[in-house]
Design a protein around this ligand. Structure first.
Ligand SMILES: *Cc1c(COP(=O)(O)O)cnc(C)c1O
Length: 303
């Protein structure tokens, strides 16, 4: 059996030298909106770029592999990925969400609640009593964001997955802040991972984009179908740039982590600074959970 590729190799090389047309080493950028039919009344892989596009598909495949999922849907923004995933919740279904989630996520959830499209409860997910009582209300989805933006609060993904498993609640994790280089929520038992690829995955501040990776292939198909129906599919050019950004993901994130620790230490000792929120510091209240779940170990590694 061939040795499984390392996640670093996937980031650097997935889709390289796979072009069937001319043997291009770098996956080509297919901007075309339409693809010519080879035969009358015969369906083919690519027909119209809202539905599917070869450049976007290489990005989706790379994200799915990096997260250990069975497939991914690439969306135009992180918020459209979140909206697409929330559309899987039945009308009026309950979503348990973090009280300190990203502002845009909060705004969307609060608006959907106000319109009675969803029921939402915002809680501190590190508070096990609050979690237990929210789960007694039989939610459809638990939304996790760890570390949270911007307060860097860390919650225990596996603990939440165990609680959810008993009551069939789906668990989605916004993994924007760590990227799969540092945390793989599906390997910890979550059902979905959501990204704003705008941030670390693209990493060059020149694309706004998003993605959902799901562990269940049936869910991937359902999300792909709804993305096609609603038009929430990412552009080929953005996909090309994001894939190009991912090539250096590990190198960037590793360097950023060592730099962040130096800055956090400096700020900790600075007389003008009253608090430093950085889970990498041993003095951070959730440093223990961060050290356990944020290691880059891969799906088959023991935690
Ligand atoms: C930026 C961000 C989003 C929203 O993504 P956009 O690409 O800006 O739409 C969602 N979640 C987190 C944690 C973010 O940082």
């Amino acid at each position: 059996m061939a040795r499984a590729k390392s996640y670093r190799t996937i980031a650097v090389a997935n889709g390289i030298a796979a072009d069937k047309a001319f043997g291009a080493v770098t996956p080509p950028l297919y901007l075309s909106s339409n693809f010519a039919f080879s035969k009358f009344e015969q369906s083919q892989d690519y027909e119209y770029s809202r539905t599917s596009n070869p450049t976007r598909d290489v990005l989706a495949d790379t994200l799915a592999k990096l997260e250990g999922g069975s497939g991914a849907v690439v969306t135009p923004t992180g918020m459209s990925a979140i909206h697409l995933l929330l559309s899987r919740v039945p009308a009026g279904g309950l979503v348990v969400a973090p009280h300190d989630c990203y502002g845009g996520t909060y705004r969307l959830l609060a608006a959907l609640k106000e319109r009675h499209q969803l029921d939402v409860v915002f809680i501190d997910q590190s508070d096990s009593a609050a979690l237990t009582s929210a789960f007694q209300r039989v939610p459809s989805l638990d939304w996790v964001e760890t570390p949270s933006n911007p307060l860097m609060r860390v919650v225990d993904i596996r603990g939440i997955v165990e609680l959810a498993g008993g009551s069939n609640v789906k668990v989605a994790v916004d993994n924007t802040f760590l990227s799969p280089a540092l945390q793989q929520p599906l390997c910890l038992g979550a059902d979905y991972v959501v990204h704003s690829t705008t941030k670390y995955l693209n990493g060059h501040s020149d694309v706004v984009g998003g993605a959902i990776v799901a562990s269940d292939p049936v869910e991937v198909e359902a999300l792909r179908s709804w993305a096609n129906i609603t038009g929430a599919t990412g552009s080929p050019f953005d996909s090309y740039l994001t894939l190009r950004g991912i090539r250096t993901l590990f190198a960037r994130v590793e360097r950023q982590q060592s730099t962040a620790l130096v800055i956090a230490d400096f700020l900790l000792q600075h007389p003008a600074v009253s608090a430093v929120h950085y889970p990498g510091l041993p003095s951070h209240p959730t440093h223990g959970i961060a050290a356990r779940q944020q290691k880059r170990l891969g799906c088959d590694a023991k935690l």
